[in-house]
Design a protein around this ligand. Structure first.
Ligand code: PEP
Ligand code: MG
Length: 761
């Protein structure tokens, strides 16, 4: 039965349409369970009733026209109870309802299981038969398992409007609404552009070439660029390697010759295959030839052929991508939006971002917030390959996406966008004003940055320092580790732009969700794996180079350089990192740079570090809480997983208690403490952090003016009073509602998104 289940799920998943998936399911189930009838009833959201939409064995003429209310008949009872009902003779049950049109007179055995997605009953799957019998435990388990998997397909069809189409409701045939999680606030209205991720050689499909000559041209261009790269690398390596050690690159260049690989690929294209498919075929064949060789040296050349193929493929995809003309109002849609994807696209054209995977604390979302691009993450139901080129509305406040919105939705969102523009004008006027509460308490409002483009945005919005420079971002936008000099130039640009304000540079924080294409880390459980300081302590050459570049970048400037270590969980890590930083400082001095020693601090992101706050504060110059990771690790909720995004609560009572303790312990040692997770950039979070006594609130440039408005509208006493009430509460929902009420009472309702999301029926 397990095999049958796997097969049916696979076939249904591959069905050409939802109609086909329904028909296939009922036919297969009745065959596998050897029962006369299998039917499916689905929720019609417009009427709230469950419509009879597919059946093997019952009257097909009433498909789509017959429906039952929740609670009506046995199907309605399954909906009401949201659990399976297994009856040997349904006709004897008091809730049995005879529906003459169905033609089920002869049937007595009944098994109905609910189709549930995200706690909502979307339908019921029913099998019926004759003579009376109870379906076995195995049969029930089979149907329950199938229905649970089928629920995903139904939810998808619900979102795409295919279910409405089944009910003959075509009024909004193209208008669809998908839900995700808010990634970056704001409203974006524009045209969807689907950016496909780089695929690996193994997954390139065969496809006929639309235009053979154009495919040959693209391929030749890719080969030319790879040749150029190889010659450049060879040239660079010639300074440090002997000729025999550089043979590999010569071998690569030979493989690319017309007489070898390139010629063969071109021949396949001329036979009608598109360039990427032809490349895959040829590379895989060559690899197989090498792998069969008895000589181990030659066998290993198979990996070189793959590497070369992957390089050519990257260019093929790149060239095809740049040929697309981007609309001026583009909404970037991708399976997983990455930092480098964003960095490559022109900011002035980007109106919004939609990512199928990830959640609001994913790196992609954090960058979008920094750039002020309305973003929705985790839109798992959206069929991305069908939305390319469609008009789209992105509601980053509530995590809603509208594809091909009708005039009503458009008009509403145009109105919301205008309201936002008015608020932006009001916030702009605060730029030059100090961030001080009504009773004179001064706060440091700093920014989190990553992309060079954020410097001017941050200064423009009145940032008084950099609280977190995510140095992995410039690393992620390259195809190899940047050299020490490359890094020094980038860091210097930031330090000079902010001079004489303090700049906090975090050492490389890769691992978890932050990966570098040229340094892949593949782990079962990446967030608990090789991340942050763990990686760089294992690679002192990377750490030292980075720290040296930071110290050099600070040469001759007044601004304070603060070096911050991510993901610290023990004092040993701090001692090791400090020793390396001291060494780097000495080395830079020996090279003749006039530099002052940097301040060194750590991020409190791991629960273990919370309990070591006093010891860490004693050892270091400052501490800063990374509330994104701290929330993830305290609540055991993956910050990237859309399915548990609702459980990722930065205002969870436990998190708030920990945040309060950190401030107390750090101040007890006389050291300053900041917070640079997303919490600090929300009006609600900022209010509580001020009450707790944080010295620095660091956030993305977009949120900074809002937080400044909050700070200038409250007194420290208010914040402490609100915090005291909050720390007695034990439910996140209660805390959020209470703090929002307080914001409204202060007159800041306009900072809380309060528009109604239109409903599509
Ligand atoms: C954090 O974890 O809160 C933080 C600021 O770091 P990042 O989001 O870059 O992991
Ligand atoms: Mg972090």
């Amino acid at each position: 039965m397990l095999d049958a289940l796997r097969q049916i799920v696979q076939d249904v998943g591959a069905a050409s349409s939802f109609r086909h998936a329904l028909d296939l399911t009922v036919a297969r189930v009745s065959m596998i369970l050897d029962t006369e009838v299998c039917s499916i009833y689905l929720l019609d959201r417009a009427s709230g009733r469950f419509s009879f939409v597919a059946s093997e064995g019952l009257n097909p003429e009433v498909l789509g026209s017959l429906s039952l209310a929740p609670g009506e008949g046995l199907v309605g009872l399954v909906v009401e109870r949201a659990e399976p009902i297994n009856l040997s003779d349904a006709t004897e049950h008091r809730r049995y309802l005879h529906v003459p049109e169905l033609g089920e007179e002869e049937l007595s055995a009944f098994l109905g299981v609910p189709i549930i997605h995200n706690r909502v009953v979307l339908g019921v799957m029913v099998v019926q038969g004759h003579p009376p019998r109870r379906y076995s435990e195995q049969e029930v388990a089979f149907l329950v398992t199938l229905a649970a998997q089928f629920a995903g397909i139904v939810a998808h069809a619900d979102a795409t409007g295919e279910i409405r189409h089944l009910f003959g409701d075509d009024t909004h045939a193209h208008e669809a609404n998908y839900q995700g999680v808010p990634g970056a606030p704001g409203i974006g209205i524009g045209t969807a552009v689907v950016v496909k991720p780089m695929v690996s050689l193994d997954t390139v499909p065969d496809r006929p070439a639309d235009d053979i000559e154009a495919e040959v041209r693209v391929f030749d261009e890719a080969i030319r660029r790879v040749r150029e790269d190889l010659e450049r690398i060879d040239e660079e390596l010639s300074k440090s390697l002997q000729p025999e050690e550089r043979e590999l690159f010569e071998a690569y260049l030979h493989i690319l010759d017309d007489a070898a690989l390139a010629g063969e690929v071109r021949q396949r294209i001329r036979q009608g295959q598109w360039a990427q498919g032809a490349l895959r075929q040829v590379i895989l064949e060559h690899m197989a030839t090498f792998e069969r060789m008895p000589d181990s040296y030659l066998r290993e050349r198979s990996a070189d052929v793959r590497d070369l193929g992957q390089r050519v493929l990257a260019y093929l995809q790149d060239i095809s991508r740049t040929e697309v003309v981007l609309p001026d109002d583009m909404i970037l849609v991708s399976d997983e939006v990455t930092a480098s994807m964003m960095a490559e696209l022109p900011r002035e054209k980007l109106r919004g971002i939609v990512s199928v995977r990830g959640s609001n604390f994913s790196h992609g979302a954090i960058l979008a917030q920094a750039l002020g691009i309305p973003t929705v993450m985790g839109v798992v139901e959206m069929p991305i390959f069908r939305v390319d080129g469609q008009p789209m509305v992105v509601d980053g406040h509530y995590g809603e996406v509208f594809v091909s919105p009708g005039p009503l939705v458009r008009a509403q969102y145009n109105g919301f966008a205008e309201e936002e523009d008015r608020l932006a004008v009001e916030l702009d006027a605060l730029k030059e004003l100090p961030s001080v509460t009504r009773d004179g308490h001064q706060l440091n409002l700093w920014v989190n940055v990553g992309l060079v483009g954020e410097i001017s945005r941050s200064l423009d919005r009145g940032a008084e320092g950099i609280g977190l420079f995510r140095t992995e971002v410039p690393f992620a936008t390259r195809d190899r580790f940047p050299t020490e000099e490359d890094q020094r130039i980038i860091y210097r640009e930031h330090m000079e732009a902010f001079e004489p304000r303090p700049v906090t540079m975090r050492t490389l924080d890769i691992g978890g969700d932050k990966s570098l294409s040229y340094f892949p880390i593949s782990e079962e459980n990446p967030f608990l794996g090789w991340r942050g300081i763990r990686v760089t302590l294992d690679h002192p050459e990377i750490f030292l180079g980075q720290v040296r570049a930071m110290i050099k970048a600070n040469a001759g400037l007044e601004g304070i350089l603060r070096i911050m270590l991510p993901m610290v969980s023990s004092l040993d890590e701090v001692a090791e990192a400090r020793a390396l930083i001291d060494r780097a400082y000495r080395e830079v001095g020996e090279e003749g740079f006039e530099v002052k020693p940097p301040q060194v601090g750590v991020m409190i992101e791991v629960p273990a570090a919370v309990y070591l706050t006093r010891d860490l504060a004693r050892e270091l110059d400052f501490l800063a809480v990374g509330s994104n990771d701290l929330t993830q690790y305290m609540l055991a909720v993956d910050r990237n997983n859309a399915r548990v995004a609702g459980l990722f609560q930065e205002m969870h009572p436990s998190v708030l208690i920990a945040l309060r303790e950190i401030v107390k312990d750090c101040h007890a040692e006389g050291k300053p403490v900041g917070i640079c997770g997303e919490l600090a950039g929300t009006p609600e979070g900022a209010l509580l952090c001020v009450g707790m006594g944080y010295d620095v609130l660091s956030m993305n440039a977009t949120n900074l003016p809002r937080v400044k408005l909050v700070i200038r509208s409250v007194s420290l006493r208010d914040c402490r009073r609100i915090l005291a009430r909050v720390l007695r509460m034990r439910s996140t929902a209660e805390i959020v509602a209470f703090v929002r009420d307080q914001l409204v009472a202060i007159g800041l309702e306009r900072l809380i998104p309060h528009h109604e999301v239109p409903e599509l029926f």
